[in-house]
Ligand binder design. Structure first.
Ligand SMILES: [Zn+2]
Length: 249
């Protein structure tokens, strides 16, 4: 006999859009058993994501929480993937340990923007936060086959409007997924000085351009170290970025 919470978890994953095989793998129970749980006496399917998709609803054309949308778009463009070949599209964001509270913030953003259910999948060195939803592709039209840096990334006009209104949230998402804040230590005449600085690294010239654009909107000075690496190092620029991204604690 399997504990009821395992059974409930498998059914939740299935109802959220996972296949029986995915649900079986996630809970570590055999396929036939999980199939029995999911298919034999299925509960009514949960309300899909359609009702929450602001691109498909006729009565609204903006996200209810545009700050959270801007943040999630930043996370997605940085280190997220939208898999559209699954039975139900799945949005995955890898959360490294570098930023405290990132996993919770990512889950919150997914829920506030669209998700009914969000799962954490533990991998070595990171946690992947994922959510199944038929309407993720409406909200993240930058998805496509292959790697992000091998295809163009152009924002839709409605996305640009949201980012122009909330550039700080977008920048927080980008830096939380593909950025870091570190302390540069310099010793002058035996005295140690610490200069914090931010770096953002991304192979896509388009995504780098979006990062530069949003920093310009915020009036934060940046410079390129290499074609794929941007740094924010001036004292007042670091202080401004701390207000948006939050210093590493
Ligand atoms: Zn939609």
């Amino acid at each position: 006999m399997h504990p009821p919470e395992i059974r409930a978890r498998a059914r939740r994953l299935y109802l959220a859009g996972a296949t029986v095989a995915e649900a079986a793998r996630a809970v570590g129970v055999s396929y036939p058993t999980v199939r029995q749980w999911c298919k034999v006496r299925p509960e009514p399917k949960q309300q899909g994501t359609e009702l929450r998709c602001f691109r498909c609803r006729s009565d609204v054309d903006n996200p209810t929480d545009p700050e959270q949308y801007a943040y999630l778009l930043g996370l997605y463009l940085g280190d997220g993937h939208l898999v559209t070949t699954a039975r139900v599209p799945v949005l995955r964001v890898s959360c490294a340990d570098a930023w405290p509270g990132l996993i919770t913030a990512c889950e919150k953003a997914m829920r506030n923007v669209l998700a009914g259910a969000v799962q954490r999948v533990r991998h070595q060195g990171c946690v992947v936060v994922q959510s199944y939803g038929k309407h993720w592709p409406c909200l993240l039209p930058q998805h496509g086959p292959g790697k992000k840096h091998e295809r163009p990334t152009v924002l839709a006009d409605w996305q640009r409007t949201i980012i122009e209104a909330h550039p700080g949230d977008f920048i927080r998402g980008l830096f939380h997924s593909d950025g870091c804040r570190f302390a540069n230590r310099v010793v002058v005449s035996g005295k140690q000085y610490v200069y914090p600085r931010y770096m953002f690294t991304n192979e896509s010239a388009d995504i780098m351009g979006l990062c530069q654009w949003a920093l310009d909107l915020l009036g934060i000075a940046w410079r390129m170290n290499r074609h794929n690496s941007l740094s924010v190092a001036r004292r007042n620029a670091v202080a401004a970025l701390d207000r948006h991204v939050g210093p590493k604690s």
